[in-house]
Design a protein. Structure first.
Length: 174
């Protein structure tokens, strides 16, 4: 895949419905691991999507939303925020809250490009959580972060109530 064909756009309030629609595919994909069922209306809820934009078009609490496009076509999205399991108050820690690449575009290196773009956008500490049962995501993130950090990361297991699954932490230097 030619990087010139890849476009990553910070989502605006005008694209909120696009994120809401793509969220349905994402939530359906991960329902194998979360065991979440759709609502009686046939949709999956994501309680925090509106928090990425207020009525004034500004995101809350370090939340950023990104669209991934390939050759002008929607290919995925990512949501980044500054919520972290370490509950650090004095230091901003970035968290990849949600990350989705449509099946058509998987296994072509796009997820790596997208993840590196996100990491390059923000300096400082990062935290990437994975579902306990989602071994594909675990292999993906560990591979991406190992490469990105030159093997300089920490992998820990978290347990409920905070999170039930692996968490990878690293620091992106200036």
């Amino acid at each position: 895949m030619n990087n010139n064909q890849i476009e990553i756009i910070q989502g605006s309030i005008h694209e909120k419905q696009i994120f809401r629609n793509l969220m349905q595919f994402y939530k359906y994909d991960i329902s194998d691991f979360t065991l979440e069922d759709p609502t009686p209306f046939g949709q999956f809820d994501y309680n925090y999507l509106d928090h990425y934009w207020t009525d004034h078009g500004i995101n809350e609490e370090g939340r950023k939303a990104y669209l991934l496009k390939i050759e002008g076509q929607l290919a995925g999205f990512a949501l980044v925020n500054n919520f972290n399991l370490q509950k650090k108050i004095d230091t901003e820690v970035r968290n990849v809250a949600e990350f989705f690449v449509m099946r058509k575009w998987r296994r072509q290196g796009l997820g790596r490009v997208f993840a590196h773009y996100l990491f390059n956008t923000f300096n400082g500490e990062w935290e990437v959580k994975q579902e306990k049962e989602n071994h594909i995501a675990q292999r993906f993130w560990e591979s991406i972060i190992r490469e990105y950090t030159n093997n300089n990361y920490l992998k820990v297991e978290s347990h409920e109530p905070e999170w039930d699954g692996p968490v990878i932490r690293f620091i992106k230097e200036l």
